[in-house]
Ligand binder design. Sequence first.
Ligand SMILES: [Zn+2]
Length: 402
Amino acid sequence: MGGGLDTLAQLRHFHSAPSPGRADQGRQKLQKRARAKFLSLPLAVSLAELRSPLEKSYRNTVYCASVIAQEGGETTAHYCGNRWCMVCNRIRTGRAINAYMPVLGGWSEPYMVTLTMRNCQGEELRERIEEMGRVFRNSTLWAKRQGFPLEAVRKLECTYNSKRKDYHPHYHVIVNGRMQAELLRAAWLKRWGALATVKAQDIRSCDERSLLELFKYFTKLTTKTHNGDGRRLTPTHALDTIFQAMKGRRVWQPVGFRLPEAIEEAIEGEALDVAADAACQRVEERVFWQWQQQVHDWVDRETGETLSNYQPGERFTAFVESITADVQPSMDGEDAVEGEHGGSRVDPSPIEERLRRARRGAGDRGVVERRPVAGGLRWVDDPGDRPIMEGVDSHIMPSESG
Ligand SMILES: [Zn+2]
């Protein structure tokens, strides 16, 4: 199976008897989690600054897994459970794979059908998604009446076209059977009329890799650049529009079968308390590892040790830094030098300050200062320099292996 996901199988394995590779495995897992956190935090800050109805949930994501508490050889963290959170998506994706793959693995003829229709504007998106649900249900009923009841897993995705400034919600459906796939496409086309074209629908047989791909995140974080030579972060306002339209909706949906056990596709705001982190050093001690964005790791403030020793690549760091630069370019041009920020002082964190400023001065683009503070965000020195990450394409986060 595809590497890197926090599948329950891996978790179980990890908590069973120690094996020689255990420390390595734990370290690797923590590094992937650190990578997810490193990307997720500035994204959540940027989203929270939009003054969206989801602001409170975005703020929760800022603090997702910000402390990993280690005691008695076990670690716990508090998770935000939000679907835009990269940290939580690793857990959620693992769960979905564990729930669906045993079923899909038994299908004789799995096909992936991609169902699309004409793009829509942001304000139409929620209604469009509802309409898609109705059309899909009608289509499956019709196929059933033709004598081909569908067994399928339907996944909703949405992308943003930054050139045309419109949205592209679509379904990827894994269907058991070529005939079922064809019928589904035909019914879909018929019901959308001029809004959907044959050319834009796709049917292909699928293997394990494409099955696994289905369970990754439902919206791409990146969009093709206008000249087509690279990818850049989808504008956060567009991501927010997608997340609002998707609120309370299922990303994955079993059709024509039931899962053996209900999977928790966490809803916005749901807290996942998962005692599943893998501590790999000082296991006997009680340690509170605190996330520090600047060192892209959880840090024991008493000793200065880092938990995962994750080292992001230069390009990835540039991409992560561009996230906050995109939304709130610094205008004052001066690096504010901060004094002592740690210890017992109850200073608000730089993130909190930034969020407060964003709320106070809506529309005032000049309020955000650069604050190269430990534990805070590191701003890009030149806001005009917005690195483009090629290959930042994976749904769940920029390439896990990269
Ligand atoms: Zn989270």
